[in-house]
Design a protein around this ligand. Structure first.
Ligand code: ADP
Ligand code: ADP
Ligand code: ZN
Ligand code: ZN
Length: 751
């Protein structure tokens, strides 16, 4: 056995064709290949999954039973595997108490600093925590915000309790929380709320802890009456989990959030806020942008704090070096983008002194301008030089170029992929005949003729977040690309400000489609209804037999073909249904055929196979549209929640193609796409414009910027040092613009 390699033998997960792979340890290996070629199946579902599984095996059975259970990946053996850390773009999420400062531990260092050298001395470092009762503002309990219930929106005053006056789940007629009110004996349950006396209304809303007058049925006897407002506050507002999360949307319908009037959003009490270093309290420091905080901390010259200061400086420098200097410590993690979340996870690892780990990155380029990518490359080399193995799934040529070793998968996607088409160094990849090799040595040209706009959208005096009161015009009827380094204000301008002027905008993002285990491309595009009718007609039976929620569906998995075991707080376990073996329907239904295929066979067809099979015009048109956007290799029955963001986005685009005349916004559509996929995406986007639509694309990808008819570049940097318009105009003029970072990168790329 050779200790210098992770060796995978016989990998067959998903589309992998029983492959063997040899990955050099303590080097950077980049996995490339078109979207759907099998990179994730190999790296995440085989290598990372096996590492997690083996790690779990080392625990006692007591602990193991309390941990997520990982199934064995479909692979013969993996030798020489080390502990794998996956650093992906799953958003950090977290509740309102989780901030950039708390998740990176920088805030705890800052607390330590204040407890040592802050004046006046107020206590130990715990006191500076807004999650600690001695430090938090009592009014908002350290949340910095207070939530108020808008009664006009909560109650439908035209209705009685029995008619559903309370517009909230579990308080509706039949809902279990309503029974307490109905049986309290305090109200006429058929009286409209608008006819209540002031006293009755007070009772309904605010009364607290009153014994119920006339308690029926029996089990309500002991209970105290609690008005609607304290009830809702107790179960939904003062909690951070459970039903608060489940009913988030409904709650947002009648609850408004404002800065706490006592602490003005600082979350801390007056005593803590009075403690200062050089005139700043800890909240002032958390509000500052990290780059400013760094300068502030570096100016402190107090020898007793030297160790803490140098540790703080090193962490803050890490944040800055990965292009996050524009964030502030007080920023709630739930508002961060996927790319930002991923980079924060990365910083947390850099502090670790463990070696011989395997770090696995999922497309770290997301959200990054070519300018920022150089920084993140440095960090990945740092991880390697500490003696770790770094595996990266990536499409961006600027990241591919730091590879010590490349594993290129393909040749195509889905069943046409799943093989290793190249492995070795970068130079030889470029000379190889693979798709990746070809694209790496190819440089596009700007469009020779840009389209002419047929009108203008206009934004005036935008000042949200970091935007510097900017006004800008966006051409109608053409494709505009909005560029700029991470944090420069692109999403703020386009996703948040623009819709205030033009609410009719359609956003095509990588999520948002009803992507559940119950949906698939056949149901999403509507062709499944047609297919069921064809089956019914051919066999002289009822259409509903072929529906996932009918008698015809497998009774065990209810037509899913898989069984899902939900474990609280852990990943759901998915296994093939033992009853139908993934065929989804009962044996009776499976004997009905359409041109020799049963309904399960149809759902297992890829789009390409289905195109050969269906001659029916309406079905064929839909399939053609999917294949035009590169969705050829996905099966009709594959759950939408297993598709990548890029695949979902293209499916959405495909269904918009016929609409035309709309304003579309796409946020980083290149995510998850190989250079060859981007070519297809460009074709689809161009077709949308040809159907008279206005397209606004937020992008860093230089191949997409080359397709622009118009460019708006924000900058110059992120956060407070950004938010200005650096350039607007034709791509050919952007290349000549000396002030624009994007222009200089584009110039290098095309020549
Ligand atoms: P890549 O990472 O290269 O984009 P993946 O490894 O994600 O590719 O996917 C390889 C193939 O497996 C694709 O055809 C994809 O659609 C398919 N696939 C992914 N997840 C599932 C799943 N849960 N069930 C069936 N097929 C899947
Ligand atoms: P880009 O899209 O160019 O990466 P953003 O528009 O996301 O930039 O961010 C611009 C600035 O606005 C950054 O300083 C960022 O931290 C800030 N910002 C973005 N979203 C929020 C938010 N929800 N709350 C507070 N600040 C935000
Ligand atoms: Zn407060
Ligand atoms: Zn089943």
């Amino acid at each position: 056995m050779n200790n210098n390699y992770i060796q995978v033998f016989g990998a067959r997960e998903r589309n992998l064709k029983n492959i063997d792979v040899k990955i050099p340890k303590k080097e950077i290996t980049v996995f490339t290949g078109v979207s759907g070629s099998g990179k994730s199946s190999l790296v995440f579902d085989t290598i990372a999954a096996e590492s997690q599984r083996q790690l779990n095996e080392t625990y006692t059975s007591f602990i193991r039973h309390r941990m997520p259970h990982y199934g064995q990946p479909d692979v013969d053996t993996i030798e020489n595997l080390s502990v794998a850390f996956v650093i992906n773009q799953k958003r950090l999420g977290g509740n309102a108490r989780s901030t950039v400062g708390t998740v990176t531990d920088i805030y705890s260092l800052l607390r330590l600093l204040f407890s040592r050298i802050g004046k006046p001395f107020v206590g130990y470092s715990d006191v500076f925590s807004f999650n600690n009762p001695t430090g938090m503002c009592n009014h908002c309990e350290g949340l910095g915000k207070i939530e108020t219930i808008d009664i006009e929106r909560l109650l439908d005053k035209n209705r009685s309790l029995n008619q559903g006056a309370i517009r909230f789940p579990t308080f509706e007629p039949g809902g279990w929380r309503l029974t307490r009110y109905i049986y309290s004996g305090f109200f006429d349950n058929d009286k409209k709320i608008q006819d209540y006396s002031q006293e009755e209304l007070e009772m309904l809303l605010y009364a607290d802890g009153i014994k119920v007058k006339n308690p029926t049925p029996e089990w309500h006897k002991t209970s105290l009456y609690e008005g609607l407002i304290p009830r809702i506050e107790r179960s939904f507002l003062k909690k951070e989990d459970g039903e608060k999360v489940r009913y988030k949307k409904e709650i947002e319908g009648f609850v408004t959030k404002q800065d706490c009037p006592h602490c003005h959003g600082t979350r801390l009490n007056d005593k803590v806020l009075s403690c200062k270093i050089d005139g700043k309290n800890i909240s002032d420091c958390s509000i500052m942008q990290i780059s400013e905080l760094l300068e502030f901390i570096q100016r402190i010259d107090i020898p007793v704090a030297a160790t803490i200061i140098s540790e703080l400086v090193s962490r803050l420098l890490h944040m800055e070096s990965i292009g996050l200097g524009y964030l502030s410590l007080c920023r709630e993690t739930s508002t961060l983008s996927g790319g930002e979340s991923q980079r924060i996870k990365m910083v947390s690892q850099l502090g670790s002194s463990l070696t011989d780990l395997t770090y696995i990155f999922d497309e770290p380029s997301i959200g990054l301008h070519p300018h920022d990518i150089n920084k993140i490359n440095g960090l990945m080399k740092l991880l390697r030089d500490k003696g770790n193995t770094v595996l990266i799934v990536e499409h961006d040529p600027d990241i591919i170029k730091i590879a010590d070793h490349v594993i290129d998968m393909g040749p195509g996607a889905g069943i046409h992929g799943g093989e290793i088409v190249y492995q070795g160094n970068l130079l030889q990849l470029k000379e190889s005949n693979t798709l990746t090799g070809k694209y790496l040595s190819y440089h596009p040209k700007l469009k020779s003729q840009t389209r002419k706009p047929n009108g203008w959208l206009s934004i005036q005096n935008a000042a949200l977040h970091n935007l510097k009161n900017i006004s800008v015009k966006i051409p109608r009827g053409v494709m505009t690309v909005v560029t700029g380094v991470a944090g420069s204000g692109k999403s703020t301008l386009i996703n948040q400000v623009l819709p205030r002027f033009y609410p009719e905008i359609v956003f095509i993002d990588q999520k948002g489609v009803q992507a559940t285990k119950r949906s698939n491309i056949a149901t999403y595009t509507g062709i499944f209804d047609r297919i069921r009718k064809l089956f019914a007609k051919e066999n002289g039976v009822n259409t509903s037999l072929f529906s996932f929620n009918s008698q015809g569906a497998c009774p065990v998995c209810k037509g899913l073909g898989m069984t899902y075991t939900d474990l609280a707080f852990m990943d759901t376990i998915v296994t093939l249904c033992e009853e139908c073996h993934g065929n989804r329907f009962t044996d009776e239904v499976l004997q009905y055929k359409l041109r020799d295929k049963n309904i399960s066979d149809i759902l297992k067809m890829t789009v390409t196979e289905a195109m050969d099979f269906f001659r029916e015009k309406d079905i064929a048109t839909v399939l053609k549209r999917l294949s035009d956007v590169g969705i050829t290799y996905i099966t009709l029955g594959q759950p939408l929640n297993t598709l990548s963001g890029g695949e979902l986005q293209r499916i959405k685009l495909a269904s918009e193609l016929e609409n035309g005349r709309q304003i579309y916004v796409l946020d980083e559509p290149s995510t998850g796409l190989h250079m060859a996929d981007i070519k297809q995406l460009n074709n689809v986007m161009n077709r949308l414009v040809e159907h008279n639509s206005t397209l606004i694309v937020i992008e860093h990808n230089l191949d997409i910027i080359c397709q622009a008819d118009w460019v708006i570049d924000l900058g110059p940097y992120g956060g407070q040092n950004g938010g200005k318009i650096m350039f607007t105009g034709l791509p050919e003029d952007l290349v000549k613009c000396k002030d624009s970072l994007t222009g200089s990168y584009l110039k290098k790329y095309i020549t």
